[in-house]
Design a binder for this molecule. Sequence first.
Ligand code: NAP
Length: 490
Amino acid sequence: MASVTAADEKRVLDAAPHQLWIGGEWRDASNGATLGIEDPSTEETLCTIADGTPDDAVAALDAACDVQDEWAQTPPRDRGEILRRTFELMNERADDLALLMTLEMGKPIAESKSEIVYASEFIRWFSEQAVRIDGRYSVNPNGSGRLLTMKQPIGPCLLITPWNFPTAMGTRKIGPAVAAGCTMVVKPAQQTPLSMLALAAIMKEAGLPDGVLNVITSSKASSVTEPLMDDPRLRKMSFTGSTPIGKMLMEQASKRLIKCSMELGGNAPFLVFDDADLDAAVEQGVIAKMRNIGESCVAANRFHVHESVADEFAARLTEKLAAMKVARGTEDGSQVGPLIDGKQRDKVAELVDDAVGKGAKVMTGGERVGDKGYFYAPTVLSDISPDAELLREEIFGPVAPVATFSTEDEAIAAANSTEFGLVAYVFTRDIKRAFRVTEALDVGMLGLNRGLVSNAAAPFGGIKESGFGKEGGPEGIEEYLSTKYVAVDL
Ligand code: NAP
């Protein structure tokens, strides 16, 4: 993409929808309220959008319920073709969608573009899965009859998404829900709703019938989600966000036993053994740490490096991170944008200060950048004390603590000493060790000599307090299907 101009920014902001998307209509909030969207790199308001009310949320669920039966009866091939067309439109418009995302979320434009491609891959994958929903036929073990199972759409869904990947966290849910024949209400994060509204417009253009997808934006998340969680027509809730909010939503879901998928927080260990290819470990470590400014649930949260290579690893990681360009995401060559808001920036600073107070050495960074915007310098810390908070807490920022270990058992124990279990990264050239360690780590995903695991064709998801349920892969659509068993007497 050529350099971004102020005119480009105005054009994409003017073109982006700013209202609620309910039953195929763009609507203002029922009480006329609006909500400002901030550019985290300038702290200025980009635009205002509709601030949805509980009544608006119920209207969105009404719209979803009205078309649920008809949508479930729509031929799977037709559902798949709508997704396929969505995939194509997303890629045709990738530059504008990426700019819109950068403006509201802050990440460098190249990363926003990667996210649009990644997000569209879920749409493509599930366009292909729509026609692969099947059941089973078997003979009763006693021979007296037949056992049939059939998969049916679970019904209207509530999909709640975070701000860090404004489009991809949506398409991982919308793709399989559409493919399965479910209708839905989407509640994007209040800081980054524009990307989701733009996606809704694209899906309309791609032929998605009115009411199948509805989008409610709001400054008071619980005020629009609670009435839906209490509504007996809602059959499924899929949430991506923090573990505390996920737990609270689980409590709400328990009242009506709503089926849940929970994609929650992480605290990924990145293990580097003494036999690792250090070039690869450093290169992939930069990706695992710095993708999305470190604001990723699968970000390497802590590096555990064998003591014999730790100094070299830390020095080489420092060289790479110190050379990264920190700038507004629209600027040419920007590699590190601002954090999402002042609260997140302050949390990152506090975690660094805590570690330094407990003896950590700042190899690079360790400070905020500039007066405007929520920028924080790429940071490498060595000599990490085992009681430093950032080993336990999700940092969600561009900070890489490098701790050391002596033995394989010690590395495994350190990696597993967290309530989270989303992903781990392991760097070793010893095939036996690779399998030993892979089997011993309590995680839902693992990058073996790779710093990036996300892939639409693979089941993404965690264990322990990182949640449950899978997004992507053949497993992803199962979250939106219910299995009916039919006993047949012949
Ligand atoms: P968050 O505060 O939990 O918010 C996530 C979503 O939930 C937003 O739409 C938010 O709306 C909504 N929400 C907040 N409070 C709510 C409530 N009381 N009732 C209903 N909805 C509510 O998380 P975040 O800060 O946006 O995202 C960062 C977290 O997401 C990190 O922990 C990260 O690890 C996790 N994450 C996990 C995955 C994964 O796949 N495992 C992927 C990406 C991110 P508002 O915007 O209005 O607050």
